[in-house]
Design a binder for this molecule. Structure first.
Ligand SMILES: Cc1cc2nc3c(=O)[nH]c(=O)nc-3n(C[C@H](O)[C@H](O)[C@H](O)COP(=O)(O)OP(=O)(O)OC[C@H]3O[C@@H](n4cnc5c(N)ncnc54)[C@H](O)[C@@H]3O)c2cc1C
Length: 433
């Protein structure tokens, strides 16, 4: 989680995380006032997300429930009624769902939770909850709504967490983001997502601690199965008074600890499988994209994820190492919510391209077709970008031997069609050798 001027001076881009709504945590409840003293500040929005479709229609979720429901009614009366029902039962359902998600994974804690849930919801209600928690987003959405636009708008949230429409357990996040987006909106960091890290570092330092970056840890020291400190790559040993917190991938943690001696645990750590990668494109803009509806200029995220079938296909292709035929794009417009991130009148765009294989074994289609877009009203036409930067799991090659990147760069505009959005991803992925 960091923010930087990755394109031009004065244009601040969130490197990855942009939506800080999940920071509304127990930690924040306890330390929010102190963090605020050290500069933590949020930029809230009542218009968290929308989806734009190839037929030019769009659907957005805003924190005005009547407005959101009316937009859904524009697609289906039945779906508007289903949405109203979900809205009404959200407080009780969210408590049960968040209870499960936030529970420690110990038998005792889970036992208490099951007892509490059964007491409150009864046998049928508890079984319904268990069923929902294991459902794919497609199963839940097909059973709840009839409009493909409504389904795709919500299913796009599953793609943020690598839950493509047919993956079990994927219904929860689209449901929570849809309902919580309407109930609470979304918060971004004022000035950038790094407001969190800057405030936490300042808080640690004010309490006498220190934060050292740019130093690699070579091992985590253990005595009798307990972590007691770390050794830095220069040999310095740092003792832990209470605990070592290491936010690493399972394999990285295995490397640093040398294992725990528990074969079952070690096998699980070694065989952990990552989902496909993502690619970030950061753009410094003269103006916002020319969305077909002016309202879309008010949303923090605009998803370009036309259908559940497309999302499922994109995910499956990326998992197979294929450069997807068409990406799912999360178009973040942070300057709509927080204009301080760019010079007056200018903008930054945060394009998250889902999914990109970490290692490309092939591609589904010839990559450059900017003139063959499917979208009648091209959302990004004439939206002038000034500069860009790309982050991908594999190193991106931008040398002159790559013919595609200079061609796109010379256009001085965001590529002009739905097909071209796909092409940007494809072109940049293709340039990875
Ligand atoms: C593209 C993208 C978009 C995202 N968007 C959102 C969002 O909008 N909202 C949200 O809530 N979350 C989002 N996330 C998820 C969020 O970014 C992560 O959950 C969060 O960054 C995890 O923080 P962390 O400190 O646990 O781990 P990390 O941010 O991964 O930090 C771990 C650090 O450990 C360092 N490290 C690793 N090995 C060593 C070593 N041996 N020695 C020293 N240092 C080491 C790494 O360099 C890294 O800096 C997004 C993630 C991605 C990739």
């Amino acid at each position: 989680m960091k923010t930087g001027e990755y394109t031009l001076p004065g244009f601040r881009h969130d490197w990855a995380a942009m939506n800080l709504s999940l920071f509304a945590s127990a930690f924040h409840q306890q330390h929010g006032a102190e963090l605020a003293q050290h500069g933590l500040a949020f930029a809230p929005t009542a218009n968290p997300f929308a989806s734009l479709f190839p037929d030019g229609k769009w659907l957005g979720v805003s924190s005005d429930a009547a407005l959101t429901t009316a937009r859904i009614r524009g697609f289906s009366d039945t779906d508007a009624a289903a949405w109203t029902q979900l809205t009404e039962s959200f407080p009780a359902d969210a408590e049960a769902i968040l209870g499960v998600l936030g529970s420690p994974m110990s038998l005792r804690a889970l036992g208490t939770l099951v007892g509490k849930t059964w007491w409150r919801r009864g046998t049928a209600g508890s079984l319904d909850l268990a069923r929902f928690l294991t459902m794919s987003s497609r199963a839940w959405l097909d059973q709840t709504f009839e409009s493909d636009h409504v389904k795709a708008t919500l299913a796009a949230w599953g793609m943020h967490l690598d839950f493509a429409p047919d993956i079990a357990g994927g219904a929860v996040f689209p449901y929570l983001e849809g309902m919580a987006g309407q109930a609470f909106g979304m918060v971004l960091g004022q000035g950038g997502a790094d407001t969190i890290t800057s405030a936490m570092v300042a808080m640690i330092e004010a309490r006498g601690g220190s934060v050292q970056c740019g130093t690699s840890v070579s091992s985590i020291e253990q005595v009798a199965g307990r972590a007691i400190g770390i050794t830095l790559s220069d040999g310095t040993v740092v003792r832990a008074e209470k605990a070592v917190i290491a936010n690493l991938s399972p394999r990285g943690l295995m490397k640093l600890t040398g294992g725990t001696g528990d074969p079952r645990h070690e096998r699980a750590m070694k065989t952990f499988q990552h989902a496909p990668g993502t690619m970030m494109i950061h753009l410094a803009m003269d103006s916002l994209p020319n969305w077909p509806a002016a309202e879309l200029k008010r949303f923090a995220y605009v998803h370009l994820a036309p259908s559940m079938d497309q999302m499922a296909r994109t995910y499956a292709q990326a998992m197979a190492g294929q450069l997807p035929e068409e990406p799912v794009i999360v178009c973040g417009q942070p300057t709509v919510v927080d204009p301080s991130r760019a010079p007056a009148g200018k903008h930054v765009l945060w394009l998250q391209v889902r999914m990109a294989p970490g290692q490309i074994k092939g591609m589904q289609r010839a990559p450059l077709m900017p003139e063959t877009g499917r979208m009648p009203q091209n959302p990004l036409r004439n939206a002038h970008w000034i500069s860009w930067s790309v982050t991908h799991p594999a190193p991106v090659k931008t040398s002159s031997e790559n013919t595609w990147l200079p061609r796109i760069c010379s256009r001085r505009t965001i590529p002009t069609s739905w097909g071209a959005i796909r092409s940007v991803a494809a072109i940049i992925c293709t340039s990875i050798s």
